[in-house]
Each structure stands twice: as C-alpha cells, then as structure tokens.
Write a protein that binds this ligand. Structure first.
Ligand code: ADP
Ligand code: MG
Length: 292
C-alpha cells in the first residue's frame, strides 16, 4: 500500500470510530482468517450482576452473602462488584476482614469475621481439596443458562454456589454475523468455565471456544490459533488481555476498556463494541485493494 492510501484509510477509520494506532494494521487485517475474542467486557457488557445464590445445607443467606461480599470488597474483578452491590442492596453489613489474598485465575480468599472464606472457580475448590459434588448439578444448570457459577467455602466447608450474569452486548451477534460474512472464523478465549463459555458462544454463533484459561494462557491460545489458522486478530478490553493483544498479528482494543489494553493494541474501537472489528477488516480490504 502507498503512504497515501494508508493515510486515506486511517482517516476513513477515524470517521467510523476505528483508530489505527499503527498503519501496518490496516494492511494486515484484510488477510486475517481468524478473530479471537475475549468474553467479559468484549462480547458482554462486563458489568455482571448477582443472579442466583444456592446454599449448601446448614448455611444461611445473609451470613454467607455478608462474608463473601466482605472478601470481594477487596477484589477488583467485575464479579466482585456484583456481589458487593447485592449485599448492599439487601442491607447486609459486612464482617471485619483480614488476610485478604487474590489467587490468580482462581478466586479470592480472606478471613471474614474471624472465619476463613474462599470464593472462586471450581478448579480453586478442587485445589483446596473441597468436594463440590453436592452443588455440581446447580453449577451445570446455571452455566447452561450462560451464568458464571462461583463456589464459596466457609470455615473449610462448601457453603454456596453464586451465579453472576453478564449481559451480552446488543451489537455482538450482528458483529459476529458480519465477520462470518467476511469469511472469518470467530473463537472465544476466556478464563470462565467451559459450560458458561459454550452457552454464551452458542447464543452469539461463535465457532469455537477456549475456556478456563489462566491469564498467561491467553497468549498460548493465541499462538496455537495462529499456527492452526494463519493470520489472527485478537479483540480484548482487560489488563490481562494486553499480552494477547501484543502477540496477535493485529490487536484490537475495546475503547471503553482499560488503558493497558489500548496501549498494547494496534487498533482502538471507539464505539466500545465488536462492530468496529468487521468495519476495520472491510476498510482494510477496500483500502488495500483500491491501490492495485
Ligand atoms: P476471567 O475474568 O476472564 O474469567 P480471570 O483470570 O480474571 O479471568 O478469572 C478466572 C476465574 O477465576 C473467573 O472466571 C472466576 O471463576 C475466578 N475468579 C477470579 N476472580 C474472582 C473473584 N474476585 N471472585 C470470585 N471468583 C473469581
Ligand atoms: Mg474482558
């Protein structure tokens, strides 16, 4: 491409809310064959709400929600805000918190009201040696509804399953349809559990899912998909998406996401949703073919 066509394409992108931080991205996108997307905050709003809380026998709702919310009050994960807000709305006061620790890719733990509390994914409970079988059916059911199930353990016993629901952005299905129209394969990469990830993927017609990846695992997933499918674009919004954005042939950051993601990206989507991705690819095809 000539410098002039890149300038024109970049200008047209800006009008569409697609900011090319690197001119090279405009040249590369036209030959992309796969788009890998983060789930939370990219496909979904990224503002989950508490949807269900199912108790194990012998546990009481306000006591469980209070302890769990106390632990989550120290976490920055979007899940945490959902739980803390729910406790607030129910007028539950939070017990005193000590020894907080965030366990990467797993969950959080602390001592709440003098009692050890752990909250997180089923793999976290397994690592703690906790038997989750009494709540496994509930987890499966909630996951199939597209909700993210989390387990809470209190004083060494499995206490509850908590499901948070994060609405899909209204433009997500149309964006994925447009990517299919352009001949691309769309793959979800997420730290969330398999059942939930597959339920969401099915709703928006995503072709493939890589779920339950640890934060550093997103880069490995991107590398594998690149080897398998060829030129890859990755779309994400979070701090933990930055390495994958850098590893992709073209990294596209959601403009309402974190600064860290935007700095790691080649393209920033100002609209804050996925529709900018097919727009950027279509623009790349139009711009680069025009100069031949
Ligand atoms: P993602 O946000 O994409 O799911 P993370 O690596 O941040 O990826 O988290 C992986 C999983 O660990 C989450 O899906 C959740 O099950 C669990 N987890 C992380 N942080 C928390 C938290 N503050 N409270 C409960 N569970 C958590
Ligand atoms: Mg995200």
């Amino acid at each position: 491409a000539t410098p002039t066509s890149i300038m024109v394409g970049t200008g047209r992108g800006a009008e569409l809310g697609v900011l090319f931080r690197k001119g090279e991205a405009l040249q590369l996108l036209k030959d992309a064959s796969v788009v890998a997307v983060d789930k939370t905050g990219t496909l979904t709003e990224g503002r989950p709400v508490l949807a269900d809380l199912e108790l194990a026998e012998g546990f009481e709702r306000s006591s469980v929600l209070g302890r769990v919310a106390a632990v989550e009050s120290r976490s920055e994960h979007p899940i945490a805000r959902a739980i803390v807000d729910a406790a607030g709305q129910e007028g539950i006061s939070l017990p005193e918190l000590t020894d907080f620790e965030s366990v990467t890719g797993m969950g959080v733990r602390a001592s709440a009201g003098g009692v050890p509390v752990q909250v997180g994914a089923d793999r976290y409970m397994r690592e703690l040696g906790m038997d989750v079988s009494v709540l496994a059916d509930a987890a499966e059911r909630l996951g199939k509804e597209g909700k993210s199930p989390l387990y809470a353990a209190i004083d060494g016993r499995l206490a509850a399953i908590i499901a948070v629901a994060d609405p899909i952005k209204p433009t997500t299905p149309a964006a994925i349809a447009a990517l299919h129209e352009l001949g691309l394969k769309v793959v979800m990469i997420t730290g969330d559990n398999q059942v939930t990830a597959r339920a969401i993927a099915a709703r928006v017609n995503i072709d493939d899912v890589v779920a339950e990846v640890m934060p550093e695992g997103k880069v490995d997933a991107v590398r594998r998909l690149k080897a398998e499918h060829g030129r890859l674009a990755f779309v994400g919004d979070g701090i933990n998406d930055a390495p994958a954005l850098a590893e992709a042939d073209v990294g596209l950051a959601i403009g309402t996401g974190t600064d860290v993601a935007m700095e790691a990206a080649d393209v920033v989507l100002m609209s804050g949703d996925l529709l900018g991705v097919p727009n950027a690819i279509a623009l790349s095809k139009a711009t680069i073919s025009n100069i031949r």
